[in-house]
Design a protein around this ligand. Structure first.
Ligand SMILES: *[C@@H]1O[C@H](CO)[C@@H](O)[C@H](O)[C@H]1NC(C)=O
Length: 350
C-alpha cells in the first residue's frame, strides 16, 4: 500500500517537473505602479497629485471620483473582472477597505511615481521601493487573516502586475536636469531596469510566481507631449515612442533572464505600446472621434487640478476620446487594451 502510494506520488512529481504545474486559478491581483494603475492611494498620502474630484470618475460606479485618473475603470480593474474575481481593485491606503477586501486584489500604485526616487520625490508620491514595503506589510496582515498556509498559497498563486516608467522620462529625465546630466538616455533606461530587476527578485523571494511586467505606452502620443510639438502640427513625437519601444525590448530581454534563472517563476511582458498605437492611428475603426487631445478641458494640457475647473470645453462622451485628460487614457482605451491582453499575453494565467 505505502509503496504503491509513493510510486503514485513519484509519478505526479515527474509530471509536475516535466510539464509545469497546472496553474491554479488566480485568486488575487496585486498591483504596483503609477497613475495608470492607482485606484486612489494618493488621496491618503500627503501629495497634491490627485484626481478625486469631478470630472474624474464620472463613468465609474455611482459616478464616484475614486482617485483613478480616468472617467471610469482602469485596465487592471478589467483584468480583475475577466479573471472572475471582482469588478475593481481597491487602493491599499483607502481606509474604506480592509484585509478581507485586499485578499482578492490590491493596488499599491501611486500617480506621479516612477522607478527612480528622484521622480517620486518631485510630487511627494509613494516611491516604488515603498510600494514593496507596503506589500511586505500586506503579506503579514494576510498571514494573520488567513493563517500561514493559506496566505502562502495566495501569495504564490496571485498575479502580480507592474505599470510604471513613463514619469521617469516625462516628469524627470527630459524636464529637470538632474538625471540627464548624470546619464545618457540609454544609461538611464538601464538604471531604471536595474531597479525593476531587483524588484522582481525581491517579490520572488517573498513568494510571487506569476508576474506581468508592463512595458511603456506610446509616450510620444500623449496629448501633453503632442502639445509641445506645435512646430510639427502637434503630431506624435516619434522619438518618445521609439524610446518606449527600446525600453520595452530591454524589458523582454530581462524577462527571458528571470524565466531561466528563477525556478517556478512565470513572467510575461505586457505590450502597452502597439494596441494604443493602432488605435491612435485608426481611431474611427474603434469608434473614437478624438485622439490628439483629451476629453477634459481643452484637452491639451489639463490634468489633475487643472482638470477640476468646470470647463465649458470638457467633452460630453468620453467614449469618443482615446484620452480622458492630457496624459491619461479614457476608460474605453483601457478596456480595449485589457480585452486584447486577456486574449493574448495574460491568457496563460486564466
Ligand atoms: C531609493 O530610496 C530608498 C530609501 O531611501 C533606498 O533604500 C533605495 O536604495 C533608493 N533607490 C535607489 C535606486 O537609489
Amino acid at each position: 500500500m505505502v509503496s504503491e502510494r509513493l510510486t503514485h506520488l513519484f509519478k505526479i512529481n515527474l509530471l509536475v517537473i516535466c510539464f509545469g504545474q497546472a496553474g491554479a486559478k488566480v485568486p488575487a491581483i496585486i498591483v504596483f505602479g503609477d497613475s495608470t494603475v492607482d485606484a486612489g492611494n494618493n488621496n491618503y498620502y500627503p501629495t497634491i497629485v490627485r484626481s478625486n474630484f469631478a470630472p474624474y470618475g464620472r463613468d465609474f460606479e455611482g459616478g464616484k471620483p475614486t482617485g483613478r485618473f480616468t472617467n471610469g475603470r482602469l485596465a487592471t480593474d478589467f483584468y480583475s473582472e475577466a479573471f472572475g474575481i471582482k469588478p475593481f481593485i481597491p487602493a491599499y491606503l483607502d481606509p474604506a477597505y480592509s484585509i478581507k477586501d485586499f485578499a482578492t486584489g490590491v493596488t499599491f500604485a501611486s500617480a506621479g511615481t516612477g522607478f527612480d526616487n528622484v521622480t517620486s520625490n518631485l510630487g511627494n508620491v509613494v516611491p516604488f521601493w515603498k510600494q514593496l514595503e507596503y506589500f511586505k506589510e500586506y503579506r503579514k496582515r494576510l498571514t494573520n487573516y488567513l493563517g500561514r498556509n493559506k496566505a502562502n498559497e495566495l501569495i504564490r498563486e496571485a498575479l502580480y502586475i507592474t505599470s510604471i516608467g513613463t514619469n521617469d522620462f516625462i516628469l524627470n529625465y527630459f524636464v529637470i536636469p538632474i538625471r540627464s546630466s548624470q546619464f545618457t538616455v540609454d544609461e538611464y533606461q538601464n538604471f531604471l531596469l536595474g531597479i525593476l530587476d531587483k524588484f522582481v527578485y525581491d517579490i520572488y523571494r517573498l513568494g510571487a510566481r506569476k508576474i506581468a511586467v508592463g512595458g511603456l505606452p506610446p509616450i510620444g502620443c500623449l496629448p501633453l507631449i503632442r502639445t509641445t510639438n506645435f512646430k510639427a502640427g502637434s503630431a506624435c513625437r516619434e522619438e518618445f515612442n521609439n524610446l518606449a519601444r527600446e525600453f520595452s525590448d530591454k524589458t523582454i530581454v530581462l524577462c527571458a533572464k528571470w524565466n531561466l534563472a528563477l525556478r517556478g517563476i512565470r513572467v510575461v511582458v505586457s505590450n502597452l505600446l502597439d494596441v494604443p498605437l493602432q488605435v491612435i492611428r485608426n481611431p474611427h475603426l474603434y469608434g473614437f472621434d478624438s485622439v490628439a487631445v483629451g476629453c477634459c478641458g481643452t484637452g491639451t494640457i489639463e490634468l489633475s487640478y487643472l482638470c477640476k475647473e468646470t470647463s465649458p470645453f470638457t467633452c460630453k462622451d468620453a467614449n469618443k476620446y482615446v484620452f480622458f485628460d492630457a496624459v491619461h487614457p479614457s476608460e474605453k482605451l483601457y478596456r480595449i487594451v485589457a480585452d486584447h491582453l486577456m486574449k493574448t499575453t495574460l491568457s496563460e494565467f486564466l
